[in-house]
Design a binder for this molecule. Structure first.
Ligand code: NAD
Length: 483
């Protein structure tokens, strides 16, 4: 096992510092053992980080730069991550539980955000608006200033990269609140910021309790814009704090996303969607394919195939899995694992059938068997609430309208999918599914280039794609009267 430093500090105004709220233990979910300690920021630490970010913003150092230059700096941060991918991915695997090869995939994904957004720095253009011969009018896009970003534990590197890269590209400075369960790997963004020559205070990375440091950051009067990725409950608290300060926020929340599988779907190919859709990152993916709504004529075959996929996965410590394959790591914590197992037990009590899995594994660490539930009905808790674990719920439908109704029958609306060879059917479903992103015949189709975000309780605003750049700028109109 690679050596991990025993104590990690916060990065505020270019310096590594202890936290006013003490320390927290970071546990390796693949073994159940303590991995390291991390400094816990308090309100005063948050205040220093925001002040530093504000100072750098007001200095004009980032906004004065030609955007193409700023974009190069952002791109260099991504290259820095790739240069250190071995070390970062091992650390990420140890703190989060995911297989090492998945951790490498995440670092590659994180680097891609810096490449993609850095590339577009010079494309954030305004427009000129004709007002007749007496005026010359144009718009400019100015950064908000200090961007606060509150990060979840499931993809700590990709989630930070997603907002940090776009915010820096558009000339903002940033304060990042890392997740309590997986705070360690985010230190590499501080190393990257230093390596590419960003001024001290432009990027601040700190860990603290959500209710303390997170709440202080989201309510800070000097923060100009907030990006939050996490649960609905916390999203509501953050939106409330943002409203009190009249600052915009982007909310990327949870999901209970469904694939509609028609009678003409290629079920052999769909096995791959099951493998990735619900067992990647042990199902701890906001856009996981947690529900499958299958035509009744193909139900039994689909359940059998899903069971085979689940049973084909070998489950164990992620750090031992360097090669991509049919395997799965730990969940992030024993508490999350126990919550998922309890939801499976509740579903069984409500009448669902555990076709495979469903139990905590009898080995040290936070492992849950890859699980398939059949005979799930739309009103069951398991069909309504996010499990955030490797648990697939299979339901039946009779006709198209029925399928759409079940698919849209939760408060969420993050992503959805439809599997069919019939283009008309697919197009109708794409129009009717109430979600920010629809996959046709491939779960997770898309990339950093495609806008991502929720309908309903899955949040608002879009991250990824060109759309996200506009989260970080505000429009100024300049009207010049010609005399
Ligand atoms: P969470 O809401 O508990 O925590 C997320 C972050 O918010 C953490 O950094 C936490 O410390 C902080 N936080 C907690 N309370 C806070 C408060 N009162 N004020 C400010 N900050 C606070 O969520 P989680 O359990 O870490 O993440 C899992 C959830 O995130 C799932 O619901 C998942 O679907 C969602 N998620 C969504 C996306 C997306 O892009 N839509 C991506 C990943 C995860």
């Amino acid at each position: 096992m690679p050596d991990v430093k025993l104590y990690w500090q916060n990065y505020i105004d270019g310096a590594w510092t202890d936290g006013g709220a003490g320390r927290l233990d970071v546990i390796n979910p693949g073994s159940g053992e303590k991995l390291a300690e991390h400094a816990l920021a308090d309100e005063a630490d948050v205040d220093r980080a925001v002040s530093a970010a504000r100072r750098v913003h007001q200095s004009g150092v980032l906004t004065a730069m030609r955007p193409i230059e700023r974009g190069r700096i952002v791109q260099a941060m991504g290259k820095y991550l790739l240069d250190n991918i071995d070390e970062i991915s091992a650390l990420l695997s140890l703190e989060q539980g995911k297989p090492l090869w998945e951790a490498r995939k995440e670092i590659n994904g994180a680097a891609l955000y810096f490449e993609y957004y850095g590339n577009q720095a010079s494309t954030v253009e305004g427009r000129s608006i004709p007002l007749g011969s007496g005026y010359f009018d144009f718009t400019d896009n100015e950064p908000y200033g200090v961007s606060a970003q509150i990060i979840p534990w499931n993809y700590p590197m990709e989630m930070t990269a997603r907002s940090l890269s776009a915010a820096l590209t558009t000339g903002n400075t940033c304060v990042i609140k890392t997740p309590e369960l997986t705070p360690l790997s985010n230190a590499w963004f501080a190393h990257a910021a230093e390596a590419v020559g960003l001024p001290a205070g432009a990027v601040n990375i700190l860990c603290g309790w959500g209710h303390q440091a997170g709440a202080a950051l989201s309510a800070h009067p000097e923060v100009n814009q907030i990006v939050f990725t996490g649960s609905v409950r916390t999203g509501i608290a953050i939106a409330t704090a943002a409203a009190a300060n009249v600052v915009p926020c982007v909310l990327e929340l949870g999901g209970k996303s469904a694939a509609i599988v028609h009678d003409d779907a290629d079920l052999e190919a769909f096995e791959n969607d099951i493998r990735w859709g619900i067992y990647f990152n042990a199902g701890q993916v906001c856009s996981a394919m947690s529900r499958v709504i299958v035509h009744e004529s193909r139900h039994d075959e689909l359940v059998e195939r899903a069971v085979n996929v689940a049973r084909s996965l070998s489950v164990g410590p992620g750090i031992e899995r360097a090669e991509a394959g049919a395997n799965m790591g730990a969940m992030v914590s024993e508490a999350q694992r126990d919550r998922a197992a309890a939801m499976v037990a509740e579903a069984e009590a409500q009448g669902a059938r555990v076709a495979t899995g469903g139990r905590a594994m009898n080995i040290p660490g936070a492992f849950l068997e890859p699980t398939v539930l059949s005979e799930v009905t739309p009103e069951m808790t398991i069909a309504q609430d996010e499990v955030f674990g490797p648990v697939l719920s299979v339901m039946k439908f009779r006709d198209e309208a029925d399928a759409i109704r079940i698919s849209n029958g939760t408060p969420y609306g993050l992503v959805g999918g439809v599997f069919t060879r019939d283009l008309d059917r697919a197009t109708r479903a794409a129009r009717q599914i109430r979600a920010g992103q629809v996959f046709v015949n491939q779960w997770f189709a898309g990339g950093v280039e495609t806008p991502f975000g929720g309908y309903g309780k899955s949040g608002y605003g879009r991250e990824k794609g060109r759309e996200a750049l506009w989260n970080y700028v505000q429009t100024k109109n300049v009207a010049i009267a010609l005399r």
